[in-house]
Ligand binder design. Structure first.
Ligand code: FDA
Length: 301
């Protein structure tokens, strides 16, 4: 628990971030990040596709504070969509609304999303809005509802650690959702704190979304949850085409391939870009064993 809080603290610490960034992804991050450029990300996606895995790419970066940065981020998303189409890879786009100016101005963020979704629709690509910390939840869902009045090719992620997740799932019936446990440090007022409570609520929302006929992306590295979902879908007669599993790039690759072998869809979340610090620290917070990645990186320098 202390380790988790420590890495979540580091993930938000700009002073340490500035220094750590100088080391570059060399100190371990490169095993979970697919390079710095769109081209590198496309090469990674191609090699995943060759193994039967599909992907979603995420240009790393969060908490943009100026209009110019937000517009640059949106243009970069459009460039990424064009690369997905040019390379003819099987790949979605994942993004964060704070990257597109949610904290600067809601209208700016909406306009950026409209531009991205228009291009994505033209190219037949699905766009997933990642879920950030609790302070952005209402604004994210509110914007999603507005965007869905114009586009079908957009969905978001719902965090099972939140008390309100079950209600949010009900309100989002019919929407393609990624369901996750949740990666941020939230207070006991809004989120379950004990692992077994998080797991129980997580499974509950997965089953609820599947049972109401909605497309469900189950994003977890937890083999017990995956086994439960497989058993549940068989019992309920839910088709394999109504759901997919998702894992992060560089994690549990044997299990990813096994799931494909068993005939299920497995989507790998492929982060890329120079702004890798917050992402990497959150991964260390979730699973301190991931620190072996970092140590291996350091020792091989
Ligand atoms: P968890 O970390 O709870 O582990 C449970 C058990 O699984 C462990 O005890 C161990 O037995 C096994 N296990 C887990 N990792 C393992 C490993 N690497 N090797 C071997 N065994 C392992 N969060 C968020 O807030 N917003 C978002 O938008 C997203 N998006 C997202 C996309 C994708 C594709 C994924 C996979 C995850 C996210 N997340 C996220 C992160 C998510 O909320 C969560 O923090 C992490 O996935 C960690 O929780 P898990 O469910 O993977 O298992």
């Amino acid at each position: 628990m202390i380790t988790r809080h420590f890495f979540l603290f580091l993930s938000q610490n700009n002073f340490i971030k500035t220094r750590a960034m100088k080391w570059g992804p060399k100190f371990g991050a490169k095993s979970v990040i697919a390079g710095e450029t769109i081209e590198e990300a496309m090469e990674t996606v191609k090699s995943l596709n060759e193994k039967g895995l599909v992907a979603t790419v995420d240009h790393l970066g969060e908490f943009v504070y100026t209009r110019e940065e937000a517009i640059d981020s949106a243009n970069y998303c459009v460039k990424t969509l064009e690369a997905i189409a040019t390379h003819k890879v099987s790949c979605h786009l994942s993004l964060k609304l704070t990257q597109l100016g949610l904290d600067v101005n809601r209208h700016l963020c909406r306009d950026n999303m409209m531009k991205i979704l228009k291009k994505a629709e033209e190219l037949g690509i699905f766009v997933r809005i990642d879920m950030e910390d609790y302070s952005h939840l209402d604004a994210t869902l509110d914007l999603l509802h507005e965007l869905r009045q114009h586009f079908n090719n957009v969905g978001t992620a719902i965090q099972g650690y939140l008390h309100r997740a079950e209600k949010d799932i009900r309100d989002l019936k019919g929407v393609n959702l990624r369901l996750i446990k949740g990666a941020y440090k939230e207070s006991p007022e809004v989120a379950y704190q004990k692992q077994e409570e998080v797991d129980r609520n997580y499974l509950k929302i997965i089953k609820a979304h599947l049972l109401n006929g909605s497309y469900t992306a189950i994003a977890t590295h937890d083999h017990r949850i995956i086994e439960d979902v497989i058993t549940y879908t068989k019992e309920q007669g839910i088709e394999k085409t109504q759901f997919e599993f998702q894992m992060l790039y560089g994690f549990r690759q044997d299990l990813q391939l096994k799931i494909v072998e068993d005939g299920y869809k497995m989507r790998v979340y492929v982060p890329f870009g120079i702004d890798w610090y917050g992402y990497f620290m959150r991964r260390l917070a979730e699973r301190p064993q991931n620190i072996t990645f970092a140590l291996r990186g350091l020792l091989s320098k």
